[in-house]
Design a protein around this ligand. Sequence first.
Ligand code: ATP
Ligand SMILES: O=C(O)[C@@H](O)C(=O)CO
Length: 422
Amino acid sequence: MALLLGCIADDFTGATDLAGMLVRAGMRTVQMIGVPQTPLPGDVDAVVIALKSRTIPAQEAIEESLAALTWLQNAGCRQFYFKYCSTFDSTDAGNIGPVTDALMRALNTDFTIACPAFPENKRTIFKAYLFVGDVLLNESGMRDHPLTPMTDANLVRVLQRQTSRKVGLISHDVIAGGSGAINGHIAALKRDGVEIAIVDAVSNQDLMIIGEALADMPLVTAGSGIALGLPQNFRKAGLLKTGEAADALQVPQGLRAIVSGSCSVATNAQVAHFIEAGRPAFSIDPLRLAAGEDVVGTALAWATPLLQEGPPLIYATAKPESVKAAQAKLGVERAGTIVEEALASIARGLVERGVRQFLVAGGETSGAVVKALGVTGLHIGPQIDPGVPWTTTLGEKPLALALKSGNFGSVDFFTKAWSLLP
Ligand SMILES: Nc1ncnc2c1ncn2[C@@H]1O[C@H](COP(=O)(O)OP(=O)(O)OP(=O)(O)O)[C@@H](O)[C@H]1O
Ligand SMILES: O=C(O)[C@@H](O)C(=O)CO
C-alpha cells in the first residue's frame, strides 16, 4: 500500500514518540533521520522525518521543515503532521508558529489545529490552558527550561505571539459533542477569520474524537497524542490494512548497554533507581572531560568486562545544582557539547565491543549518539512506556535502540525495558 501520513518532527526523541504512537494505532511506521537520502523500506504506511529544529533560528527551522515537506509530498503522502513537544516548547520568536505558517502556505491550506495534549503522559489541555501533571505549564519545571522557558500556560496567547494568523480555540465542551460538532465549530471559527485552533483534550477518548474530525485536514500540528486518532480514518477509507501487527520488529541479538545524558527529573530518578538496585553504573564528569582526561577510554575499560553480565549504565545525568556548577565553569553550550561528544564516542566504542541493544536517555544525547553511529532511519516496534518504543536501525548491521525523551518513562525504565525484547 502507498504512504499515507507524512510527518515532520522537531527533535529526535519526539519523532520516535510520534512514530511509536502511530505504530500502536496500527500504522507501520519508519523514522528517518533528517530528509531521507536513501530509499524507504517497503511496506510502510507512515514516515516521520526527524529534524533538530526546535531551538534553531526560525528561518532555518522553516527551511528544513519545507525541505522535509517537499520530500513527503514527492513520496505521495496524503496528509501531513508537524510534531512538536507535548509541553509546547517554543519562544515568542518560534518555532511552532513560523513553521506552521510556512507549512500552511506550502500546502495552500487556510486552517489547521495545534494540540500538544498527551494525556497518558499527563499533558492535558482545558480551555486552552496546558497542564503538566496537576499544575499549569508555567508552574511546572518547564518554567526554568534553559532554551524555551514556558511562562504562560494559555496556548492561544502563546501561539498568537508567534504568528500573524488569527488563533482560536476548540474547547472541551465542543469535543464532548463529537466529531460533527468539532467540524461545525471549525466552520464557525473560519468565518471569524481564525486559521489555527488550539484544541482541548484531557483523555485518549478525546484524542479519538478529535482524530475523527481531522480526516480531511491536509495539515495537523500537534504533540504525539493526536496521532492516536488518525489511523482510524485511513482504516475507514479502506487505505490501511487491519489485523496486522504494525509493531513487529526483527531484533538483533548482542550485548546490552545504557547511555544517559539527560538531566531531567525523570531520568535522575531512573538512574538513582538503577544504582540502588545494585546495577553497574559509571558517572561522567564534564569537568574531567574539559580538563582533557581520557574519560571515554576509562569508561570503556570499565564497561568491557561487565557487558557479559547485563547492561552497564554510563551516565552524565546529574542534579540541577551540579549541572549549573559545570555550566558556570564551562558555559552552557560547551558543557552540553563535551558531554554529548563523550557519550557519542562511548556509544561507538560499545558497538565495537559487541553491543547491539542500546537504551539512550535524552533528546540531544540521542541525536549525538544516532549521528555517531551513522543511523539513517529506524523501524518502530513495541512501546516500553508511553512515548518510548523499541526501534531497530535500518541497514545491514542493525542495532536495537530505545531513545527516551528526558521526562518520559517509569522509574524502573532502565531495568524493565529489556523484558520487551525477545
Ligand atoms: N552533568 C552535566 N553537566 C552539564 N551538562 C550536562 C550534564 N549531563 C548532561 N549534560 C548535557 O545536558 C543536555 C541534556 O539534554 P538532553 O536533550 O540529552 O536531555 P533532556 O533535555 O533531559 O531530554 P529531552 O530533550 O528529551 O527532554 C545535553 O546537552 C547533555 O550533554
Ligand atoms: O512530546 C514530547 O513531550 C516528546 O516527544 C518530546 O518532544 C520531548 O522532547
